[in-house]
Design a protein around this ligand. Structure first.
Ligand SMILES: O=C(O)CCC(=O)C(=O)O
Ligand SMILES: [Fe+2]
Length: 210
């Protein structure tokens, strides 16, 4: 039986316009126009209004590893309720397994170097981030605007870079079939060269969140 913190390619593909990136290395899907422009604008306003420096787990000594800013979205705000409803209709997942959705903002020169969204079970921060809710299962990411230059999301193992496009969703399974982290999910939020980049990130867990 499907765990409540999981979804399947069949569920995702039931949504019009969803395409799987053809690779046996990971389950990666894309969908243009997942969010309407007016909702993108409302979410950008929320990110602009309330942001903090982004953080990383298992700090590796590189202070420039993730230079963006993060907004912890207010789950009671109507725009965030609308966002979450669309995500859960789409992925069929139990909302209780979702982390609080975040917005990420990248100014010119800011980036998130190559990383995975799953946590290292042997890492220093495993206990802090995973003791209650377990490992991350799926990542859902949505670009909220067009970026003038740069700011693509590069999946090095696949040799694929996705360019930001307003309303476009990207989602992938962070695990291999045996449940362990899939290194093929390595990705890099590349430097913005001109303009500002805004994205939504929503991660799901094996167990209920919070
Ligand atoms: O901004 C991007 O393109 C990637 C963001 C990302 O990987 C993350 O927030 O975990
Ligand atoms: Fe990521």
């Amino acid at each position: 039986m499907l765990s409540p913190g999981d979804t399947t390619p069949d569920i995702l593909r039931a949504h019009p316009g969803v395409k799987r990136v053809p690779s046996p290395k990971l389950e990666l899907f894309m969908c243009d126009d997942f969010l309407p422009p007016d909702l993108c604008d409302r979410l950008i306003e929320l990110i602009e209004a309330d942001r903090r420096p982004s953080t990383v787990a298992d700090y590796n000594g590189d202070a420039a590893f993730r230079t963006s800013e993060t907004c912890d979205l207010d789950v009671k705000h109507p725009a965030v309720i609308d966002l979450e409803r669309r995500l859960h209709t789409f992925n069929g997942m139990d909302p209780a397994h979702g982390e609080t959705p975040q917005g990420q903002r990248y100014a010119v020169g800011q980036e998130f170097k190559q990383h995975t969204d799953w946590f290292n079970p042997g890492g220093a921060d495993w206990e802090k981030y995973c003791s209650t809710a377990g490992q991350r299962t799926w990542t859902f990411m949505i670009y909220l605007n067009e970026v003038e230059a740069g700011g693509g999301t590069r999946f090095k193992v696949l040799g694929k870079t996705v360019q930001p496009k307003r309303g476009k969703l990207l989602c992938w399974n962070n695990r291999k079939p045996d449940g362990s982290g899939n290194v093929n999910t390595l990705h890099h939020g590349m430097k913005v060269r001109a303009g500002v980049k805004y994205v939504i990130t929503k991660w799901y867990r094996e167990k209920p969140w919070g």
